[in-house]
Design a protein around this ligand. Structure first.
Ligand code: FPP
Length: 252
């Protein structure tokens, strides 16, 4: 998929490489059907499978999914426990399919604070799939963008204090690059498109830095019902946008 851009490539067009999704509406979907909220999350796992498969087929370099935020711990204990169980099961059950599709699983977030069973399953699946050469599926787990930036700033300050870098001598561009290199996934492909489901129009502390020039697509569909055609619609919407990255459009 291509859209107009002045991306410095001289082509006037660029492919969508990286899509991130805020998977919203699981609770509403379940409650509207008289079900427990967790049933919405369970159905949401099916959407994760379908969308991941489709994203890989579309040739995306990375798909990043907001699976659990630093704020989600405030939910009822039972819901958090069920979500953690779902994540652990997914990380184990999905291994064969990830290997068959050559998908590399990665994560961003303070994963060290996840329950041991989830952390172990995550670590094992990341290790197993590390050398896969296809799409990267990145799960944001115990992720918050402000925390990510605070953690990066802390690393930068520590490197300065230890004399590994000279913060005083750095230009603003150097500092920007150095901060970017200390985010949870250094070298993350530029985020082209952020999709949020269930009609919500907020960023909710997700990928604030990475979304600086990203495009936004809001889908009215609740996550448990989100399927391949909905992702296609998001990509078509992206393809219709004109991206100037703050510059002026080149005549084509
Ligand atoms: C937001 O819906 C969704 C979440 C907080 C969790 C998303 C988790 C999954 C889809 C399942 C596990 C993930 C993976 C990757 C296997 P909400 O509950 O806030 O919905 P609401 O706004 O309607 O209440």
């Amino acid at each position: 998929m291509r859209n107009g851009t002045t991306d410095g490539q001289g082509t006037g067009a660029c492919a969508v490489r990286h899509i991130a999704i805020i998977m919203d509406g699981n609770g509403r979907w379940a409650e509207a059907r008289g079900l427990e909220r967790i049933k919405g999350h369970e159905s949401g796992v099916e959407s994760v499978r379908a969308v991941t498969r489709h994203a890989a087929k579309l040739g995306l370099e990375q798909l990043t999914l907001f699976a659990f935020s630093t704020e989600n711990w405030k939910r009822p204990e039972h819901e958090v426990a069920c979500l953690m169980e779902l994540l652990e099961r997914y990380l184990v059950d999905e291994r064969d399919e990830l290997m068959e599709s050559s998908i590399r699983l990665r994560s961003i977030g303070r994963t060290e604070h996840l329950p041991d069973a989830v952390r172990d399953a995550l670590h094992a699946t990341e290790t197993l799939t590390a050398d896969n050469g296809g799409m990267t599926l990145c799960l944001a787990l115990n992720y918050g963008s402000r925390t990510e930036l605070a953690d990066a700033a802390r690393k930068l300050a520590a490197d300065g204090a230890a004399g590994r870098i000279d913060l005083e001598a750095m230009t603003p561009e150097d500092v920007e690059r150095a901060l970017g290199e200390r985010l949870y996934q250094p070298g993350m492909p530029p985020l082209d498109l952020l999709v949020r489901t269930a009609g919500e129009q907020r960023l909710s502390n997700f990928l604030l830095w990475q979304m600086s020039y990203g495009e936004f697509h809001v889908s009215p569909v609740e996550w448990p019902e989100f399927r391949e055609p909905d992702l296609d619609r998001a990509v078509e919407d992206y393809a219709s946008r004109t991206r100037s990255f703050g510059g002026l459009l080149q005549a084509r």
